[in-house]
Design a protein around this ligand. Structure first.
Ligand code: GDP
Ligand code: MG
Length: 233
């Protein structure tokens, strides 16, 4: 029996791959979504992975996704280059059957956080945010690295950034692409709302009802207080 991968039903599982640079709000947006769906959505951060095996990011994500109640896992990494996006799809292919039944249907949703035509605003705002984030990050510790190093790391990501290009591999492998706009004020709140709306439209089985604005607001406010638990380096 051939597996019908187009069929989306209550057994379908979802992965979200962000495309971003540092400070665009991946972790904040992810935490807000997890606050809304604590039982069925998960969040694995590359910044929480210590040790040499980089594929642990995908292994941990699939391990979490394999839990019966889990429907969607956010694989939180910048993936700012084609090479990194390709690597995620390759790991997924390679490792999927070690964690999930061979006939599990997985849909991959891309979320582009850094609009290609807003890079100078993104640079200004993310730098202000990361200064304010201070030491509240797994590896980018303001006090230890200092301004010059942190801004250097951030600029490196901006310089190497390859925005999504849906016509070519690997970006043509996404089942759905959500292209966020980058606004200055509470962009993560706007992001959460857009993500909920677009997933609800494309995959109502995953989000049958959009949570009320009050619940979304509360989930966002809680996510702003997020503190990492792992220390890297
Ligand atoms: P990441 O590097 O993409 O994971 O970015 P983070 O989610 O860590 O966000 C960087 C910093 O900006 C953190 O200190 C967040 O609390 C803050 N931040 C993210 N989104 C918003 C937002 O919508 N409003 C405000 N006021 N701060 C935000
Ligand atoms: Mg982060």
């Amino acid at each position: 029996n051939a597996i019908d991968y187009d069929k989306v039903d209550e057994h379908t599982k979802f992965l979200i791959f962000p495309i971003s640079v540092i400070g665009c709000g991946k972790t904040t947006t992810s935490q807000a979504l997890i606050n809304l769906f604590p039982e069925s959505w998960g969040h694995i951060q590359n910044d929480d992975i210590t040790g040499k095996d980089k594929s642990q990011l995908m292994k941990k994500s699939l391990e979490l996704l394999a839990k019966q109640e889990m429907r969607c896992v956010i694989v939180d990494r910048n993936n700012h280059q084609f090479r990194e996006r390709k690597q995620l799809f390759e790991w997924l292919d390679e490792l999927k059957e070690n964690y999930l039944a061979y006939d599990t249907n997985i849909k991959v949703i891309g979320v582009s956080f850094a609009a290609h035509d807003k890079l100078s605003e993104i640079r200004d705002i993310t730098m202000q945010r990361v200064i304010k984030r201070g030491n509240n990050h797994q590896s980018i510790k303001w006090d230890e690295l200092g301004e010059k190093k942190v801004l250097g790391i951030m600029n490196g990501f901006l310089k190497r950034y390859q925005p999504i290009c849906l016509g070519r591999s690997p970006d043509n492998l996404f089942d759905l692409m959500i292209e966020l706009d980058f606004g200055e004020k509470d962009s993560s709140l706007t992001n959460v709302k857009q993500i909920l709306n677009e997933i609800h439209k494309a995959y109502p089985i995953l989000i049958p009802d959009i949570p009320t604005p009050d619940r979304i607001d509360a989930a966002f406010r809680k996510s702003l207080e997020y503190k990492p638990t792992v220390r890297k380096i």
